[in-house]
Design a protein around this ligand. Structure first.
Ligand code: ADP
Ligand code: MG
Length: 725
């Protein structure tokens, strides 16, 4: 057994447990032992039964003299009650809904119980204590307590996979492997910070002798994860910095002409971002920049400006959108923005192709792209992949001299895809020996500490102000009793000519019970079908009961592209008044006439996502509203929701979300694939910067990590797990 051994090979880990472990991202022994406890239960206070008093936690040891299971009076609950005796007295223990205990803790067995004691005097009892069997001659022999003595690790769990089970599995592995695992942290760094040696630390983080030891071990591993993350990010950057890209001269006159042609004035933030991008493009190194800005902050025009500058230098530009609808919308917008500048814009989707506002055969368009006639090509990101998964038989797009790739709203645009893009663009390039500049655009705000860590000094442009004249969106939490009045309000808005979005509550995943796991209820497909069911129900309710007098439409992720497109077009053209939709559908679609965003079951969404929904309205001069429906009593006092009402800046909200919920719960942790401890340490800015500095120093001394093969291997793993925006 070693760190890369699959969990399948661990004794006692059958298919059901393998699946549960997979839910925690654990597939190998290495991942299992790096699944660290997030806290410890202190069961070190071993007392005699006569000393037990309300409070605790305490541990006692003794013999079970009685045990029975019965149904609680008038409640649908099974109670198991045991009596445990030592030489000083007896005490009861009570467990809820664990009738099987009666088979494990038979009368006459000796046990150690640990937990809180409730009740006074003769009615004292242990409430749902942890338990484990001990030898009958426990007074005379030495034995090891794994669950009821000392500091007991509590792990992040998933249903059907308890901390108790994890302890049971992890301990023998550590006993076998603990001393054989080599430390990947360079020893001079360990020495510098006086870290515990790896072998000791890995043991102490799981089964600590004292909380102080646990804390020290945790500090070491937090640093290690941050350090590896920093190494990974810096190395990716170094690789990219070695590449060359076409230097695109900045035509200031042209840019002035462009901004003067706009029907509005650019905001200062837009100007600053555009300037940063244009300056980057002038360099012969590939730009790798992220343009972050709230929904509606006007990222498209900034991208269009840079694209115009590139095309006028004779280069081609690709603009990739996550969906066909958005690609089409961009095509229209870019065509409008660049109308006066004699630019040939093409659109390519799975089914249609356009060239300069006209339909064109796909083959013909591809020729125009290949010979350089098309200056800007817009499409889904399939256009730059080897083969288009939607249309695998069609020939891939070949450019003449692609110099600039813009990627819009690609939330999971990871390092891998970026690398793939780069390799592909090598294949694509014909005339020049360079790779294109990259600009990703996103409306997902990332807290600053997080972006510092995952992007390092990756270039970041932020549009942190909305165009002038936008009205603040009025946000309200709607309690059940106010629903009716709100529907009436929405009806009124529609009567005045406006439109409304209704977002359906996200479906809670079913409980991860062993049966449900067996039934495969957890794959993404099953879940998204449940979402579809919810949206259909909601649609029915809206169309038949609540707004029978209005035209209600429905949109969900399982509809065919063409169907979705038709519905969106109908909404855009005001044939539909109220659009009921799942949360998965198209974030960037622009419907300026929509003024109401109504979210059912809003408590089920994260702050960042609610903010995104809200951003779909308020794109015009009309006053817009965001109604957060809730079924939870007292939800109006929820801190997170309050933040949403008082704050309309996505970056501030992301920061607040991080503070309120803690980094561990921050939406997107799984999405980004950041290790747990690194994530939890993000608020420790000093540790973050120490790790970064050490990573920098090490790379200066040994850029290829030739002397640190173990570390190099570790960093490689990051490539498959980290998904940077
Ligand atoms: P996003 O950043 O969400 O992609 P868009 O680029 O779609 O935002 O812009 C949203 C809307 O704001 C568009 O209709 C666009 O024309 C408009 N817009 C962009 N910049 C400005 C500005 N400086 N002043 C006024 N309106 C603007
Ligand atoms: Mg956009």
């Amino acid at each position: 057994m070693n760190l890369s051994t699959s969990v399948e090979e661990i004794p006692h880990v059958g298919p059901a447990y393998q699946r549960r472990l997979k839910k925690l991202n654990i597939k190998t022994v290495g991942q299992l032992i790096f699944h660290f406890p997030h806290r410890y239960e202190d069961f070190s206070n071993l007392i005699l039964i006569s000393q037990a008093e309300e409070g605790g936690p305490f541990s006692v040891q003794g013999k079970i003299t009685d045990i029975k299971t019965f149904r609680a009076f008038r409640r649908k609950m099974m109670l198991t009650q045991a009596t445990v005796e030592d030489e000083t007295g007896k005490i009861k223990a009570l467990w809820f809904n664990q009738p099987y205990l009666i088979n494990t803790l038979k009368k006459g067995t000796f046990v150690c119980l640990a937990g809180k004691v409730k009740g006074k005097k003769s009615s004292k009892y242990f409430s749902s204590p942890a338990y484990e069997r001990i030898p009958s001659n426990y007074k005379e022999v030495d034995f090891e307590l794994n669950h009821t003595g000392g500091l007991i690790p509590i792990y992040p769990e998933t249903e059907g996979l308890s901390s108790k089970w994890l302890r049971f599995i992890v301990k023998p592995i550590l006993t076998e492997l603990g001393n054989k695992i080599e430390d990947s942290l360079p020893s001079k760094i360990s020495q510098k910070y006086n870290f515990l040696p790896f072998q000791k630390a890995i043991w102490q983080i799981h089964f600590p002798d004292s909380l102080k030891d646990a804390e020290e071990a945790k500090k070491r591993f937090s640093f290690e994860e941050l350090f590896q993350l920093a190494l990974f990010v810096l190395r990716e950057r170094m690789k990219l910095a070695k590449e060359t890209a076409p230097a695109i001269p900045l035509d200031v006159g042209l840019m002035k002409e462009f901004t003067e042609s706009l029907p509005y004035k650019l905001t200062d933030a837009q100007k600053k971002s555009a300037w940063q991008i244009l300056k980057d493009l002038e360099r012969p190194r590939p730009m790798n920049r992220l343009l972050e800005g709230d929904v509606g902050s006007g990222k498209t025009v900034v991208a269009a400006m840079a694209a115009l500058n590139a095309t006028k230098s004779g280069y081609q530009v690709a603009l990739l959108a996550p969906t066909e609808i958005l690609a089409k919308q961009h095509f229209k917008t870019i065509n409008n923005l660049l109308e006066k500048f004699d630019i040939n814009v093409g659109l390519i989707t799975g089914k249609e192709s356009y060239y300069k506002n006209q339909k064109i055969e796909r083959k013909k368009l591809l020729e125009n792209v290949k010979d350089g006639k098309t200056n800007i090509l817009i499409g889904t990101h399939a256009i730059i992949q080897d083969t288009d998964p939607e249309t695998p038989k069609k020939t891939p797009v070949q450019f003449n001299n692609l110099a600039f790739v813009i990627i819009d709203e690609q939330h999971r645009f990871g390092v891998e895809q970026r690398a793939k893009l780069i390799t592909n663009s090598y294949k694509l390039k014909t005339a020049q020996k360079t790779i294109p500049h990259f600009l990703s655009m996103t409306a997902t705000p990332i807290p600053r500490t997080l972006s510092l860590t995952i992007y390092g000094d990756l270039d970041l442009s932020i549009i942190d102000e909305l165009p002038k004249g936008r009205k603040k969106i009025i946000t309200k939490i709607i309690q059940p009793k106010d629903k009716k009045a709100t529907y009436e309000f929405i009806r009124q808005q529609v009567k005045e000519g406006r439109q409304a979005f209704v977002i359906c509550p996200r479906i809670e995943p079913p409980k991860a019970s062993p049966e449900n796991l067996e039934r495969g209820l957890f794959d993404e497909r099953a879940l998204s079908w449940m979402d579809v069911k919810a949206v259909k129900q909601e649609y029915k309710k809206m169309a038949e009961e609540i707004f029978p007098d209005l035209k209600v439409g429905m949109l969900h992720g399982k509809m065919k592209t063409q169907e979705k497109e038709n519905v969106m077009t109908e909404f855009k053209e005001k044939i539909i008044d109220v659009l009921v939709s799942t949360s998965v559908v198209e974030v960037g679609v622009d419907i300026p006439n929509a003024t109401v965003m109504m979210i059912e079951g809003s408590e089920k969404f994260g702050l960042a996502q609610l903010h995104q929904f809200r951003g779909r309205v308020g794109r015009s001069d009309f006053q817009s509203y965001c109604f957060l429906f809730t079924d939870t009593e007292g939800f109006i006092y929820n801190r997170r929701l309050k933040a949403l009402i008082t704050c309309d800046n996505g970056f501030e909200l992301a920061e607040k979300d991080l503070q309120i919920r803690g980094p561990g719960d921050f939406t997107g942790q799984r999405q980004w694939g950041i290790p747990d401890l690194a994530m939890a340490s993000l608020t420790d800015t000093i540790l973050v910067s120490k790790a970064r500095n050490d990573a920098k120093e090490l790379l200066e001394e040994d850029p290829e990590l030739k002397n640190y093969p173990l570390l190099r291997e570790k960093i490689k793993e990051y490539k498959t797990r980290i998904h940077l925006e």
